[in-house]
Design a protein around this ligand. Sequence first.
Ligand code: HEC
Length: 166
Amino acid sequence: MYIIGKERLTNLMTDLAMKRLLFILAMGLLFNSTAQAATGTLNGKAVFDKNCSVCHSVMPPPKSAPPITPLASHYHQKYSTKKDGVNHLAAYLKSPNKDKAIDPQAITRFGLMPAQALPDAELRAVAEWVWDQYNPNMGMGRGMGMGMGQGQGQGQGMGRGRGMNQ
Ligand code: HEC
């Protein structure tokens, strides 16, 4: 009796310990992926600055390619999840193609984008960054739901000075 009772107790304790361990592991994974998402965003911007900003501005007016913010809106209109949007984006960067273009008119206007020979991880990071540039209310609303400490300041001054001697 006593032995069985003890065994059961030990089992129970092990069970609890396992559950607790799993819980801690799960939390760790969760935290880790959050941290990774944040780094991904940072890298994405760096990848953009290095490889894409020659042709793409973020906001209009365009350089030699459509600006990123309107492109991001196109993507958000067409794809309801970030995963689908980012998948298409990353694939397009790898092999641009008229049939897959989100905005075929852009090809008529600017020509087809050259394929971006970057490692997959960088393509994904920059694709996520492009997706995140969608900002319908300029930093309010939707942006807050996705907040993971990825600030996106976009200030716009409206000051109008007037001198005394006019
Ligand atoms: C040499 C100039 C050039 C560079 C460099 C370039 N692009 Fe482009 N990009 C274009 C042009 C031109 C278009 C419009 C025609 C098209 O869609 O192919 C375009 C289109 C796009 C589109 C719309 C794709 C779609 O689905 O229709 C995205 C998104 C994009 N570029 C992102 C990027 C990113 C991110 C980088 C850097 C990794 C990059 N571009 C580098 C010229 C460039």
